[in-house]
Design a protein around this ligand. Structure first.
Ligand SMILES: C[S@@+](CC[C@H](N)C(=O)[O-])C[C@H]1O[C@@H](n2cnc3c(N)ncnc32)[C@H](O)[C@@H]1O
Length: 294
């Protein structure tokens, strides 16, 4: 099953922004909201940090964290202790710097590096497409999405974690494409596949990838807030196509079966879901954990 199968279908029921289900970019209204999000993210942050650290033994190489942003979901100091080097990748360098400062990590900390790169490469073209949606531009967008090669160190990292940024990439597509049609599905598919390929490119042989992502929120699935059976609740939600556009965990799983990805994989596991509370909503998240072939 790919996104294509949903396109143009009358049963395309994925959650729309008007229903409040698409995650907005995390824009804190001010210090207070930013502090509150930091506090609310405590459990989520502990889950991510321990998952990243458990992937390799102490001092066994470098970690690359994609979409680090405000670092609400990663404890930097234990990661710095655990890895030889931590590289924080994000478009928004200022946000990463503020996140580091909150955790008392100095910008010139030897073991930490900020990399301000665009991991998808389609942002500006998508903005143009939103105003002038032509087939030629769509073709160009797909070419970029399939081939984008940002300036990243390849083959170097023992762990590469994408920390809740994939939904943001999908959100941008949702914002800029007027119709939920085959073009929409194909572009989301290409961006998602390339994101996983880039994670694999950055990993050293035998390295571990963690595609950690939110995929639905309490706005369209309020049971997330109170249930003691989160897994069952989200499974039912998924069966009812209640998830963010492009973020169906089953479709993401399918992407790992694409030749360019699967031929590089030693193992692939999916975790159970957990909650990520924020000031605006509670997300359900899960992780795809994979090992690159040695
Ligand atoms: C919702 S945040 C991820 C959560 C974040 N780690 C935290 O602690 O709250 C998404 C991040 O992805 C980044 N991002 C979005 N599109 C990107 C792109 N094309 N390339 C690199 N980073 C991107 C945003 O700047 C933002 O910091």
């Amino acid at each position: 099953m790919t996104d294509y199968e949903f396109t143009g279908e009358t049963d395309w029921k994925e959650v729309t922004a008007s229903e409040g289900g698409i995650p907005e970019p995390v824009i804190a209204d001010g210090i207070q909201e930013s502090d509150r999000n930091w506090d609310l993210s405590k459990n989520h942050r502990e889950i991510l940090t321990s998952m990243i650290m458990a992937s390799v033994n102490r001092n066994q190489g470098d970690a690359c964290l994609m979409g680090a942003g405000p670092c609400n979901d990663i404890e930097l100091n234990p990661l710095i202790e655990h890895f030889n080097r931590v590289v924080l990748v994000d478009l928004d360098v200022a946000s990463v710097e503020r996140g580091m400062s909150r955790q008392g990590v100095l910008p010139d900390e030897r073991q930490v590096q900020i990399l301000g790169v665009d991991l998808a490469g389609v942002k500006d073209q998508l903005d143009v497409y939103a105003m002038y949606p032509t087939p030629e531009l769509m073709e160009q967008l797909n070419q970029i999405a399939e081939q984008h090669t940002p300036n990243l160190e390849t083959g170097k990292f023992s762990v590469v974690a994408s920390v809740c940024m994939l939904s943001q990439l999908m959100f941008k597509v949702y914002q800029c494409l007027p119709e939920r049609n085959e073009d929409f599905g194909r572009l989301m598919f290409n961006i998602r596949k390339r994101h996983i390929e880039l994670m694999l490119d950055c990993l050293c042989p035998g390295g571990v990838g963690l595609l950690i992502t939110d995929f639905i929120s309490s706005e369209s699935l309020p049971e997330i807030l109170t249930t003691h059976h989160l897994k069952q609740v989200v499974q039912k939600g998924i069966a009812e196509k209640n998830f963010f556009y492009g973020m169906n965990p089953q479709t993401i799983h399918q992407t790992f079966r694409e030749d360019s990805v699967s031929e590089q994989l030693e193992t692939l596991e999916v975790t159970s879901p957990w909650r990520w509370p924020t000031t605006r909503r509670v997300y359900a998240c899960l992780a795809f954990k994979f090992q690159k072939k040695s």
